[in-house]
Design a binder for this molecule. Structure first.
Ligand SMILES: [Zn+2]
Length: 170
């Protein structure tokens, strides 16, 4: 076995008395490789939401059929299947529920940069009918259901434009 690769596994032990048609192929080499990948991902019909975050404006989408307001925005109303229109919200709302995270999944550079523990919250923004999940920059011990929040904005740079915003106590 080569000693030039630290993760080699050699399973060449075999019973010579047995006629083994795979005998010459019993040696297994397993190596550890690491991959990283850079790729383009389209934000599609939700792109304006992210573009407006860079302008420090918060947009939801509204259905003119059932009048539901979606934040995060949806291009198509799932209740009545009509296309939605953009609607700017104040970015203020209330805390519905939250969780303190004591380790970072490191999903991307923005998440990996967060100092645990940090808070993931579901906010109900004024004028919206759906909950918006996102980072809340506050001490978990200080939180109460129903407390007022606001969308705050980062100057960047960020890996993903969703991190141009976060929640903060109002
Ligand atoms: Zn609708």
């Amino acid at each position: 076995m080569s000693d030039k690769v630290s993760s080699l596994i050699d399973i060449t032990e075999r019973d010579e008395s047995v006629d083994d048609m795979w005998g010459g192929f019993r040696q297994i080499e397993r190596i550890r490789l690491e991959l990283s990948q850079r790729y383009y991902y389209s934000l599609g019909r939700q792109s304006r939401f992210f573009i407006e975050l860079a302008n420090q404006r918060f947009f939801a989408s509204a259905c003119d059929g059932c009048e539901k307001v979606y934040a995060p925005p949806r291009p198509l109303c799932p209740a009545c299947l009509r296309p939605c229109d953009w609607r700017e919200l104040s970015g203020e709302g209330s805390l519905e529920t939250w969780s303190a995270l004591y380790f970072s999944p490191g999903t991307n550079a923005d998440v990996a940069a967060l100092e645990p523990p940090y808070v993931l919250a579901y906010a109900l923004l004024d004028g919206a009918d759906t909950l918006f999940p996102h980072l809340l920059r506050a001490e978990a011990a200080s939180l109460q259901r129903g407390m007022r929040l606001r969308v705050a904005y980062n100057e960047g740079p960020v890996s993903h434009p969703i991190h141009l915003m976060y929640f903060a106590p109002a």
